[in-house]
Design a protein around this ligand. Structure first.
Ligand code: GCB
Length: 603
């Protein structure tokens, strides 16, 4: 799905701002049919949970309603009018006046409603959105809703971040011509000093068959560097400037749809020329071995929850640069498109993850990992869950395929890959991902219960991403034992599969301001020592290709005795203040430029 962009033939009106807001329990039977009678207003984009001092809203399970009036620009007569949501978490029903115009499930990907002929340029309509935050066995991520004896619904889930809900990303009203560019795919390669570009353009609308497609690549100054004709084709960019980690050089592919000598539609798709490949136990970007330094992150900030915020976007990337991080994983769901656009422009490498987190009932078994009931059984996560997972994977790849920053797809976080049925569950998903995008390697983040001996799916993937907490959940406070187990474990994965191995999670909860001269869990020193121990091990494992600390910043979780106002494994606090470990990471990572740290680099 194309990102909304203005062009000589396309306009955009932002619908961000304050909308009327009410929970379904206060909204009447048909909230879309008239003005929402509620004193509350909620900002878009933002999660609604933390905005109000009201536990009924914070812990709400079910539907919440958003509403506003929208005026269609009068200049849009004869144009196609499209309403586009960056995301609504987790499901949406969209009404224009009394009419249902869209339904969408999946809280982290965009969707559109074509309003052509439904709304009239120059007039106003009432836009109402029902937002459903319920998670079940057949949603991704999954969850369970139970009704208590007090009649209240409660939501439980298997992932360790708060189930924020709402209209979390920008909403836009867009115009396109009635015949339009519907999709663009760009795949790049290299031939000596030249870049090779294969492209495909899909067109739609009444007169699509009568149009011809022309494309030209422009550099950052707007100069045309290559041209081609036809809806599918290839061209070369001589003396290409590559997209590189740390230097996000971009070109624009200007796609023009013409008929009878006139322009019907035009759309510019940005792209970067780079290659990605796994060879042996190396991860190559532009043919050079790349070593990942960075974090698993979250879209999580005070008050806004998972709402997209450009100020935090800029500041987070600034802190990544300051720390010497060259990459991050979009744990545990696809992030806002604005984030990936920024990563493209600034040369930050991204591992792009689906929202499939929590496909693991073993987690309920605590540290034994013994699932109380088999994860991949039909009554838990069977065919219907996998179908939804496949649909999400498709949406992710369709959305993010043209981002040069995205170098790998992560199909799931901590699935029960050690349990029977895992292979049957994942084989078709891996096949689908490779069909949709034959160019990018695939990975999944392996849970602690999945070991080199019992994992059933590692051979299907290209990179082994391992989540481990030796020294935290196990061998708590005993870094010496933890070091031994960690090394055995990582060497075991490398030996069994002969593939590159990276650490996709390692971290320790840390209370800022707690200091200790001992190996005291929760202290700032322990977090630093814990990371330094992992780094010693990484530097001894030849197949090792990268380190992503869990987590970039503290983040909110559901309440529980294991969490003190959320997960505190951040190297930065939730309001982005550095803990001691941030300085240690900076010492290790700065100046590496994607190369593996030398033996003296332990920090
Ligand atoms: C994990 C999960 C992550 C949690 C983390 C933790 O393995 O992938 O979502 O937040 O552990 O801190 O327990």
């Amino acid at each position: 799905m194309l990102s909304p962009r203005t062009s000589p033939t396309r306009d955009i009106v932002s619908l961000d701002g304050l909308w009327r807001f009410a929970l379904d329990t206060h909204a009447g039977a048909t909230p879309w049919a008239s003005r929402l009678a509620s004193p509350l207003e909620a900002p878009v984009p933002a999660s609604y949970n933390d905005l109000f001092v009201d536990t009924e809203i914070r812990d709400h399970v079910g539907i919440a309603w958003y509403q506003r009036e929208v005026r269609v620009p009068r200049g849009w007569a004869g144009e196609r009018v499209v309403l586009r949501f960056g995301s609504v978490t987790h499901a949406a029903r969209v009404y224009v006046d009394d009419r249902l115009v869209a339904e969408h499930t999946g809280g982290y990907t965009p969707f559109e409603a074509d309003l052509t002929g439904i709304v009239r340029p120059g007039t106003e309509f009432r836009l109402t959105v029902g937002v459903d935050n319920r998670l079940t066995n057949v949603t991704i991520p999954p969850g369970t809703v139970t009704t208590g004896s007090d009649g209240r619904d409660r939501q439980s889930y298997l992932h360790d971040f708060y189930n924020y809900a709402g209209i979390a990303r920008p909403v836009r009203l867009c115009s396109t011509p009635p015949t339009f560019v519907a999709d663009v795919t760009v795949v790049t390669g290299r031939d000596g000093a030249a870049g090779t570009v294969d492209y495909r353009v899909e067109t739609a609308g009444e007169a699509a068959d009568a149009t011809t497609v022309q494309v030209r690549a422009v550099d950052e100054t707007g100069r045309t560097v290559a041209e081609a004709h036809g809806s599918e084709g290839a061209f070369r960019i001589e003396n290409v400037i590559l997209w590189q980690p740390g230097a996000g050089h971009l070109y624009g592919l200007v796609v023009e749809l013409t008929a009878d000598g006139g322009t019907v539609d035009s759309y510019t798709q940005s792209f970067g020329v780079r290659t990605v490949e796994v060879r042996g136990t190396e991860f190559l970007i532009n043919g050079e071995p790349f070593y990942f330094t960075g974090f698993g992150k979250h879209e999580d900030t005070p008050v806004r929850g998972k709402g997209h915020d450009d100020a935090y976007l800029v500041h987070d990337f600034e802190l990544l640069r300051w720390t010497g991080a060259n990459s991050f994983r979009t744990s545990h769901y696809p992030y806002a498109e604005e984030v990936l656009d920024f990563a493209d422009r600034h040369g930050i490498v991204v591992i792009d993850e689906t929202a499939a987190v929590g496909l693991n009932l073993g987690v309920m078994g605590g540290l034994t990992g013994a699932a109380p009931t088999p994860t991949f059984a039909p009554e838990n996560f069977g065919g219907p869950t996998r179908d939804v997972h496949a649909r999400h994977l498709r949406r992710l790849i369709e959305r993010d395929k043209n981002h040069p920053s995205v170098v790998m797809w992560c199909l799931a976080n901590e699935p029960a890959s050690n349990e029977e049925g895992a292979r049957e569950y994942f084989e078709p998903l891996v096949r689908l991902a490779r069909e949709l995008d034959p160019t990018r390697p695939l990975t999944y983040a392996a849970v602690m219960f999945a070991t080199p001996d019992n994992d059933l799916i590692g051979d299907l993937f290209d990179v082994l991403s391992i989540n481990r907490y030796y020294g935290w959940y196990v061998f708590t406070g005993d870094l010496q034992a933890a070091e031994q187990y960690l090394e055995q474990d990582l060497r075991g994965w490398a030996r069994r599969f002969g593939k590159p191995v990276m650490m996709s999670e390692y971290g320790a909860d840390t209370q800022p301001g707690l200091h200790s001269v001992w190996d005291t869990p929760w202290s700032e020193e322990y977090q630093s020592d814990y990371l330094a121990m992992y780094h010693r091990v990484f530097d001894r494992v030849p197949e090792f290709i990268g380190e992503h600390v869990w987590n970039f910043a503290d983040f909110q979780t559901s309440a529980g005795i294991h969490r003190v106002d959320g997960n505190k494994k951040g190297v930065f606090t939730r309001d982005r203040k550095p803990k001691t470990a941030a300085f240690a990471l900076r010492r290790r990572w700065r100046g590496l430029d994607g190369r593996r740290p030398g033996p003296a680099a332990n920090g």
